[in-house]
Design a protein around this ligand. Structure first.
Ligand code: BTN
Length: 367
């Protein structure tokens, strides 16, 4: 098994093309032009692994913000255990340590960190269930979890007959062409009032992973957690949180990534696939394992107090952040300025009189 591809701290992100206004006072005169402007063109934030000697402004060096086990994980110090992959030691030294052939005993602190690290990895180890067909991987997993209270399970399907999207939307996916999967996660470490942190973390994991995998810099995160390329939807996320005693318990995170499909029926949602972007075909199972690995890395960062870094990354890539845009609210199109998000993850928009309006997902549509 290969070590983790990179440390999260290796990322450098800039958002040069999006000028935030001083404060967040919108100018009423900008609106018509700004709203008819196309979405931010390419040349936006760029993640260049290892290309920036300066400290990353978004993800500070992992040493400064993560726990010892997490630091080890993020540095690629040990592989994330993904089922069905052989776990191989990374070097001769590691082999020797494994077999007890190294004479020097590690200091106690190191041994403790390593045990803690193994404990965390084991707790995080996901199992994969492959279905040829199901109505929806989210529905399948919600039923399974309700019956058996399982966690760290990834269910993926070659075909979904009733793929679910946000709200009353459906999720279109041609059989055998895309990734449609759901993960059951233990989210007891997230405060019930901070549920949106999970949504942000998944969006960040997907954005980071896809930007690197495709080696492109044109991806944006559309609130709450879509990934867009050139204003078209590359992936979508549907999360169901299950509470116990009014606390976060398990979350079912359903993810659809358009991979090899090149023709879509549902053009109003402007889908796009990895193949349409690159012209290349991708192996679905390899991709699935890598993206799950990336999600677990980001969740481990969230668990170890990395939320500020995740939030910074999210805002850096947030589509229309600190920009004017058109939104449909109760069937009426309004031009509003995106101020940001509140702690519940609601979208905060300003009208031309600088009045603040808060929306949840069901109340507003991007136009
Ligand atoms: C959205 O509308 O953007 C959310 C789409 C989520 C689609 C995925 S595909 C796998 C999982 N199973 C479902 O039925 N939906 C999610």
């Amino acid at each position: 098994m290969r070590p983790l591809q990179r440390a999260v701290g290796d990322y450098h992100v800039d958002r040069p093309q999006v000028e935030a206004p001083r404060g967040v006072e919108p100018s009423g005169t900008n609106c018509p032009n700004a709203c008819s402007r196309p979405p931010p063109p390419g040349g936006g934030p760029r993640c260049s692994v290892g290309a920036h000697p300066a400290p990353c402004p978004i993800f500070p060096p992992v040493t400064s913000m993560a726990s010892a086990p997490t630091r080890r994980l993020l540095r690629g110090g040990a592989p994330l255990p993904i089922p069905n992959r052989e776990v191989k030691p990374r070097s001769a030294d590691d082999t020797a340590v494994k077999r007890g052939k190294v004479g020097r005993r590690p200091p106690l602190a190191d041994s403790f960190s390593y045990l803690l690290f193994l404990f965390i990895l084991n707790r995080m180890k996901p199992s994969f269930i492959h279905l040829k067909s199901t109505d929806s991987t989210n529905t399948f997993l919600i039923e399974k979890v309700s019956a058996q209270n399982v966690e760290n399970i990834v269910v993926y399907a070659d075909a979904q007959s009733h793929g679910k999207g946000l709200g009353s939307n459906t999720w279109e996916s041609e059989p055998f062409k895309n990734l449609t999967f759901s993960i059951a996660l233990n989210t007891t470490f997230i405060e019930v009032g901070n549920q949106f942190q999970l949504s942000q973390s998944i969006a960040v994991a997907l954005h980071k992973f896809l930007s690197n995998y495709l080696n492109i810099n044109e991806l944006f995160i559309k609130w709450p957690n879509d990934i867009l390329f050139d204003n078209q939807k590359l992936s979508g996320v549907l999360i169901s949180n299950m509470l116990k005693n009014n606390k976060m318990h398990l979350s079912i995170v359903g993810i659809g990534i358009n991979v090899n499909q090149v023709e879509f029926q549902d053009w109003p949602t402007h889908p796009i696939s990895m193949k349409m972007i690159t012209g290349k075909e991708f192996d679905l199972e390899t991709l699935l394992h890598s993206v799950v690995e990336s999600i677990y890395e980001t969740l481990e960062l969230l668990r170890s107090d990395g939320y500020p870094a995740i939030n910074d990354y999210y805002l850096k890539y947030l589509y229309r952040y600190h920009q004017w845009g058109n939104y449909s609210i109760d069937g009426e199109i309004k031009c509003l300025f995106m101020k940001g998000l509140d702690s519940f993850g609601r979208l905060l928009l300003l009208d031309e009189g600088s009045n603040e309006l808060a929306f949840d997902v069901k109340q507003i549509k991007f136009v």
